[in-house]
Design a binder for this molecule. Structure first.
Ligand code: HEM
Length: 405
């Protein structure tokens, strides 16, 4: 990437937003075959090839959005605004590091691997509760329930609170995806309730410390004295929300593809331990829950002749990069037997903001798939497979119905 003279500049292709939303993979492919960069009708540059991911997320070239998204919508106060103002995801440089580091220790691989037995137990409970009951809404009954219950356990919420907790999470999580402004009251109510709840749990641990994550997080942040009270609470709310709809869509996408490829589902069922990881890896590549990661350019960038000026919004299309044939041969083929794939799956982003919850998300998705394969290999998808629409931010999944036999 280097500066080029404006005269040599190539025009980016204009994106038809509706086509991209409704038919994401085929449409992005049609663009990627012609150019490495396209542009939306509101002037967002979209980068389509995998190899530009690192440069695009390099802090020298771009920075993360802060409150611009809120400002553009005219939102200047309220619970969702406070979340954006205080969360690590919407911060840069030292502020970002300060907010991320106390959480990063907790969400480390080793600790999250320790959650695997609990994921298996909860998945087994859900399967047994729904076995033989006819059609089941997989998105709610299974793939929303697992991350909600696991994160509730990590933060030490008592089991009787799980249903209300998961209701707030469902409402609030829409605030970090695409939402219409008329949904704001419900989102604000969800974020507000979650924030109050986190506050009450934190207060309780400060009075009565326990051997748990929340106590050690409360102690670590108090000892460093580097975070405000709002920041402490909002990092909690942030991880709860960031791991909700993403993991819900991810689990459904993996299972849906496996059930549409019975030979590969048979492989997983024959040896769940061996195949759970490749299955999730390929499922996230094939239909990633997060479609793109947007940034602001800090300097002019040039990609294959297209000039992206300084101070513009540029979005790395993770969805397109994961179907880039230079990295994944025959990218439109779902195949859990793929070899030679990159070590870091860009479905979890990259650079300083790479997903903090990757280890937990993988533990949840892998153990969910392995448990279904073990206990309900004859699971049936009823009706059409889910459609996962959209190419930007957290994508939208419509419906998935199954029967557990
Ligand atoms: C399949 C599931 C998941 C996917 C695909 C996913 C994807 C992503 C992506 C792409 C980013 C980067 C966003 C950006 O750079 O703008 C991100 C950030 C983040 N994710 Fe995840 N995520 C998942 C699950 C989780 C879980 C389970 C948690 C929490 C327990 C979590 C917590 C976070 C947090 C806190 C950040 C912000 C990190 C930072 O700004 O430093 N995610 N995730």
């Amino acid at each position: 990437m280097s500066a080029v003279s404006q005269s040599a500049a190539k025009e980016p292709l204009l994106i038809d937003s509706e086509a991209a939303y409704n038919n994401p993979h085929a449409y992005m492919k049609s663009l990627r075959e012609k150019s490495a960069v396209a542009i939306t009708d509101i002037g967002v540059f979209v980068v389509l090839k995998h190899k530009y991911m690192d440069a695009l997320l390099d802090n020298e070239n771009t920075r993360q959005f802060e409150l611009e998204g809120m400002m553009l919508r005219g939102i200047t106060s309220g619970p969702l605004f406070e979340l954006y103002k205080n969360a690590m995801l919407f911060a840069n440089g030292d502020v970002h590091k300060r907010r991320r580091s106390p959480m990063a220790r907790t969400f480390a691989y080793k600790l999250m691997d320790g959650m695997r037995p609990r994921v298996r137990e909860i998945a087994a409970e859900v399967i047994e509760a729904n076995r033989g009951k006819g059609p089941v809404n997989f998105l709610d009954a299974f793939s929303r329930a697992i991350p909600a219950r696991i994160i509730a356990e990590i933060i030490g919420a008592p089991p009787e609170d799980w249903p209300k907790f998961s209701g707030w999470v469902a409402d609030a999580a829409r605030g970090i995806g695409f939402f219409q402004n008329d949904e704001l009251p419900q989102i604000d109510a969800g974020v507000g309730a979650l924030d109050d709840y986190v506050k009450s749990l934190l207060d309780e641990r400060r009075k009565n410390p326990r051997e748990d994550f929340l106590t050690s997080y409360a102690q670590a942040t108090a000892a460093s004295g580097e975070l405000t009270e709002e920041e402490i609470r909002m990092q909690m709310a942030g991880v709860i929300l960031a791991g909700s709809d993403t993991t819900r869509t991810g689990t459904a996408a993996v299972l849906s593809e496996l059930l549409q490829h019975p030979d590969q589902w048979a492989l997983v069922c024959a040896d769940p331990e061996a195949w759970k990881k490749p299955a999730v890896e390929e499922g996230l590549r094939f239909d990633p829950p997060v479609g793109s990661v947007p940034r602001f350019t800090l300097r002019e960038m040039e990609i294959e002749g297209v000039v992206i000026p300084e101070g513009r919004v540029v979005s790395m299309s993770v969805l397109s990069g994961l179907r880039d044939p230079d990295v994944y041969p025959e990218p439109d083929r779902f195949d859990i037997r793929r070899t030679g794939i990159p070590k870091w799956n860009i479905a979890f982003g990259g650079g300083a903001h790479r997903c903090l919850g990757e280890a937990l998300a993988r533990a949840e998705m892998e153990e969910s798939i392995a448990t279904i394969a073990r206990l309900a290999p004859d699971i049936k998808m009823i009706g059409d497979p889910p459609k996962i629409r959209g190419t930007a931010a957290i994508r939208h999944i419509d419906a998935m119905t199954v029967e557990f036999h």
